[in-house]
Design a protein around this ligand. Structure first.
Ligand SMILES: Cc1cc2nc3c(=O)[nH]c(=O)nc-3n(C[C@H](O)[C@H](O)[C@H](O)COP(=O)(O)OP(=O)(O)OC[C@H]3O[C@@H](n4cnc5c(N)ncnc54)[C@H](O)[C@@H]3O)c2cc1C
Ligand code: SF4
Length: 702
């Protein structure tokens, strides 16, 4: 396998050269039998960085000194490139290269600001335009500097090329969700390549210590605020020599990329305002201070990197150093960095193996497409039906206890497991909770037909994953899709995450549910303390309602037609607006496993069965674990009778009228007029059914 990387390798700056090296080293290390080259692409637009005399620079003693330094620097960078980047012959005409290329099996563009069109002059090369269609293309941590405006332009101007990418990987968060929404190619966020390599791997490249004195290294790029004076006062306090990349003669003498690494590795302290300075301070675990700026000028990349590894309290805020900086928890920082690195390395491995890398558990066979018989993912999804052997578990579950069986299997498979799902809180609100044992998990059993409040659960999931815990997250398909997006945007590793959603008819209005409970409280003269939408209080029924009150009274409604909430919910009058256009009904499933009621399937020993669907290999493995306890048998797709897999709920004809009555006249009027539990309601519902059956709904609407 031969892979070509297109990046800014001729920028003569440390970040650019070291990231090019790191990406090619990570690719080489991720698979045997792989050759990686960096394309030596040269354009007039990018050539300025390579010039000794920059455009617009007049001749003066100061410029002469700068040129002398550049000469030294360029020479040392060229030596580095020869030694560490296997560069191709210079490519001066992209079209010719693209049209004739037969040496590479895959091309990767990135990292660096390769998609910042004002730097490249919107050069189509950086979108791999013109490359033969059978050569897989990827981006790795490509950047347009995170600006929304530039991101929108990139999408607008280069969309058709971006659609041809196996996977689009971006470096920054900003605008990532727009890419994910608008492109059909998978979109993800990855670490800057320098963070892919470990401290030891960088130490192998670094020059030996360059001076005997103890020193602080100040690495500055761009405008300075307090950093210089701060560095001087710090060095004075600790008796250190200050090595400054702009002025120190020692640095001018030793300015190769290998020297740059050594200056950081051996410093007693690093003081920087640069992203790559910050990245290497974390890699080498250095005592460091950062000038990050404020407002629009803030170095958001460096700030977010520090935040993501839990480093705080080290920002330079004045021109004098004073004691009292925060201590860095390096064990925590390293574990967080390791977790993010693992995630990005799994994508690098996917590239090296010709997979999409969108999901490390799924395999996209680039040769034969999704029908390739060697591709296990091609056999998915698979459908199973069964019920838990323990009837008590089935009684407390919505259908056949699939959720309990799957999470029990997860607990047995992994130590250190955490389950997230929807439970009732003390105010009878549906909320997402975190459980580490069976009793916490049991509180999640039972479908609640109102939206679950997710709170901080995504953040907690991310923390758990970063701490190496094994996590199941269960929820609606849209909950899972939102979690997936959050995880991708924050570079959280997903190999320990398993997601379970259900085939989803839609969630009902929370306001209507509150009014319904308040009405029952009036009727029963007590405060509602427990609600069960799937009480199974009658043989053969699985959707019956039970509400318990603090005065000991209990409301039950055995048939869906006689319960006031169900009658309105099932008539589709109170679904959340997004449910009427739900893209998961009939669309791609975002979770590893789906669970559902197995409608149309016979009950098993008096138990309503569950349907289980494996969407990924990870999901299949867990379903295999519960085959025994649920007596699962596989079903062909043709026998799966699930409307929620085919189309979303339709807005009923009387929807607007219902909401007008409810808003203007209140709950009781709306319920009495539209619920099918009164004679009038039943007649109205029957009439609507006839209209539906005759297929004249659209005609009437018009
Ligand atoms: C709003 C909603 C709509 C549904 N629509 C359909 C449908 O159209 N067709 C169908 O076959 N099945 C549907 N189901 C799924 C079905 O009710 C059962 O969840 C499924 O049969 C699994 O049964 P079980 O015995 O394993 O579930 P249980 O053990 O009862 O597990 C319930 C699971 O659902 C989760 N959950 C419950 N309420 C919510 C909520 N409001 N938001 C997020 N997660 C929640 C819990 O976290 C838990 O993981 C729906 C469920 C809900 C909550
Ligand atoms: S129907 Fe679709 S949009 Fe509505 S809650 Fe379910 S998954 Fe979300």
């Amino acid at each position: 396998m031969k892979i070509g990387i297109l990046t800014f390798q001729r920028a003569y700056n440390y970040g650019a050269s070291l990231q090019a090296y790191a990406l090619s080293k990570a690719l080489k290390g991720s698979s045997e039998d792989i050759e990686v080259s960096v394309l030596d692409y040269r354009t007039d637009k990018l050539n300025d960085a390579a010039k000794l005399i920059k455009s617009g620079e007049g001749l003066s003693a100061k410029t002469a000194a700068k040129i002398g330094f550049r000469l030294l620097k360029h020479r040392s960078f060229n030596t580095f490139d020869k030694r560490y980047l296997s560069l191709t012959a210079p490519i001066r005409d992209w079209k010719v290269f693209a049209g004739t290329n037969s040496q590479f099996d895959a091309l990767v563009v990135g990292s660096d600001q390769v998609w910042k069109d004002d730097i490249t002059g919107s050069d189509p090369a950086f979108y791999l335009e013109g490359i033969k269609s059978d050569i897989p293309r990827y981006s790795y941590a490509a950047s347009f500097a995170g600006s929304e405006e530039v991101g929108a332009q990139v999408l607008k101007n280069h969309r058709s090329e971006l659609e041809k990418f196996e996977t689009v990987s971006l470096r920054e968060n900003g605008y990532l969700s727009n890419f994910a929404e608008q492109l059909s190619s998978p979109v993800r966020r990855d670490l800057d390549p320098v963070l892919l390599l470990s401290q030891n791997q960088w130490a192998e490249v670094a020059s030996p210590r360059l001076i005997k004195d103890k020193y602080a290294f100040m690495y500055v790029v761009g405008p300075e605020i307090n950093i210089r004076k701060f560095a001087e006062s710090y060095c004075k306090k600790y008796g250190l020599k200050l090595i400054d990349n702009k002025k120190s003669i020692e640095f001018l003498k030793h300015c190769s990329p290998e020297d740059f690494l050594s200056w950081i590795q051996n410093a007693d302290c690093l003081i920087t305002n640069s992203f790559h300075g910050t990245a290497f301070s974390v890699i080498f675990q250095k005592t460091a201070f950062y000038e990050l700026g404020q407002g629009e000028k803030r170095n958001f990349r460096a700030a977010s990197l520090l935040d993501s590894v839990g480093i705080s309290g080290r920002e330079i805020v004045s021109d004098v150093y004073s004691d009292g900086e925060a201590v860095v928890d390096w064990a925590l920082a390293c574990s967080k960095l390791d977790a993010m690195r693992e995630n990005s390395l799994s994508y690098v491995k996917a590239i090296a193996e010709g997979r999409s890398g969108a999901d490390t558990s799924g395999i996209k066979c680039s040769d034969a497409g999704s029908n390739c018989s060697n591709n296990p993912a091609a056999q998915l999804p698979r459908y199973y039906v069964g019920a838990h052997g323990d009837i008590e578990i089935c009684k407390h579950s919505s259908s056949g206890g699939a959720f309990t069986a799957l999470t029990d299997a997860f607990f047995s498979r992994h130590n250190n497991s955490v389950i997230y799902g929807c439970a009732w809180n003390e105010n009878l609100e549906a909320v997402h909770i975190r459980a580490v044992d069976e009793s916490g998990r049991n509180a999640m059993r039972g479908s609640k037909y109102i939206p679950s409040k997710l709170g901080d659960s995504f953040k907690h999931v991310a923390d758990d994953l970063r701490h190496g815990r094994n996590v199941v997250f269960s929820g609606t398909p849209c909950n899972i899709a939102a979690l997936n997006k959050y995880i991708a945007m924050n570079g959280v590793p997903t190999d320990r995450l398993l997601t379970i959603s259900f085939l989803c008819h839609g969630v009902g209005s929370e306001r209507f549910f509150r009014d319904y409970i308040a009405h029952l409280e009036d009727r029963y003269g007590g405060h509602a303390i427990a609600v069960n939408f799937r009480a199974k209080s009658q043989v053969g029924k699985i959707q019956d309602m039970r509400v318990e009150f603090d005065n000991g009274k209990v409301y039950t409604a055995a048939s869906t037609n006689s319960d006031w909430f169900y009658s309105i919910y099932l008539a589709n009058l109170i679904l959340r607006p997004s449910c009427y256009k739900c893209k998961f009904a009939g669309g791609a499933r975002p979770s590893d496993i789906d669970i559902a009621d197995a409608w149309g399937q016979p009950w098993i020993d008096g138990k309503a069965p569950s349907l289980l669907i494996s969407n990924t290999e990870k999901g299949q493995t867990l379903i295999d674990d519960v085959t025994g306890v649920m007596s699962l048998r596989e079903l062909p797709y043709s026998r799966v009778k699930q409307p929620a897999m085919i189309h979303h709920a339709e807005k009923p004809l009387q929807y607007d009228e219902f909401w007008r009555v409810y808003n203007e006249e209140g709950y009781l009027s709306a319920q009495r007029l539209f619920g099918n539990n009164t004679i009038w309601g039943k007649a109205r519902a029957a009439a609507i059914r006839v209209v539906d059956v005759l297929g004249v709904r659209k005609l009437l609407k018009r």
